[in-house]
Design a binder for this molecule. Structure first.
Ligand SMILES: CC(C)(COP(=O)(O)OP(=O)(O)OC[C@H]1O[C@@H](n2cnc3c(N)ncnc32)[C@H](O)[C@@H]1OP(=O)(O)O)[C@@H](O)C(=O)NCCC(=O)NCCS
Length: 189
């Protein structure tokens, strides 16, 4: 790892020809609320967040990054010609000693199915491997969330585990796929 544990980092701006990732701001509240309170969007994650939860989450994601195990760090996803947040891409240190990060993402339905999430994940993963120095990135999803694991598979993640009845989503016990990607396998290495 290129940094000390618990260090705070200024969250970066990352871009390609179609999208950019920028630090989240409190002014993203309405945009984030729109997808975090959309029933379909939340279907395989957890019940929709309340207004207060959205406010708290936007506040957390607006902070500088912290390399402390369990703390989620995020970037807002924007299309090149529009500064409106159309989603979020996040990571946390899953295990500091073993240099492993966990990735997460959510996108507004207005831009889903166009490869935006795959591009956003591509940008962040490159940063996590090259600029921070993680050895491995993991990602988890409900096995019914095909779009989510397709994103992982398009990026080269391998399915490593299937857990039955692994987490409680609202009132529903839910299975889980775990995916993993090693820095040594990353296409841009
Ligand atoms: C999951 C999510 C982030 C994917 O974002 P996205 O920008 O639509 O993803 P992409 O377009 O990059 O890739 C999705 C892939 O899944 C495929 N896909 C989507 N639904 C599918 C289905 N029901 N069956 C088969 N393939 C499907 C798409 O065709 C696409 O693959 P392709 O590029 O080979 O055609 C987005 O749908 C979302 O935010 N969902 C709600 C929140 C969520 O579930 N987050 C993940 C939690 S683990």
């Amino acid at each position: 790892m290129k940094f000390e544990e618990h260090v705070e980092l200024q969250s970066p701006k990352l871009k390609n020809d179609n999208i950019y990732l920028r630090p989240t701001r409190l002014s993203d509240y309405d945009a984030v609320k729109a997808y975090r309170q959309n029933i379909d969007n939340c279907r395989y994650i957890r019940p929709p967040d309340t207004d207060e939860e959205v406010y708290r989450i936007v506040g957390e994601l607006s902070k500088s990054w912290k390399l402390t195990q369990g703390v989620w760090n995020g970037l807002a996803i924007c299309l090149t010609d529009d500064d409106t947040a159309v989603g979020e891409i996040v990571f946390r240190v899953e295990d500091w000693q073993h240099q492993r990060a966990e990735l997460g993402y959510r996108l507004s339905d207005t831009v889903a199915g166009k490869g935006v999430c795959t591009q956003a994940a591509d940008l962040l993963i490159s940063y996590l491997f090259h600029e921070i120095g993680f050895f491995k990135v993991s990602a988890k999803c409900d096995p019914r969330n095909i779009a989510s694991y397709k994103v992982m598979e398009k990026l080269g993640f391998k399915r490593e585990a299937f857990f039955k009845g692994h987490y409680l989503m609202g009132n529903e016990w839910t299975d889980q796929y775990d995916y993993g990607l090693l820095a040594s396998e990353w296409k841009n290495k």
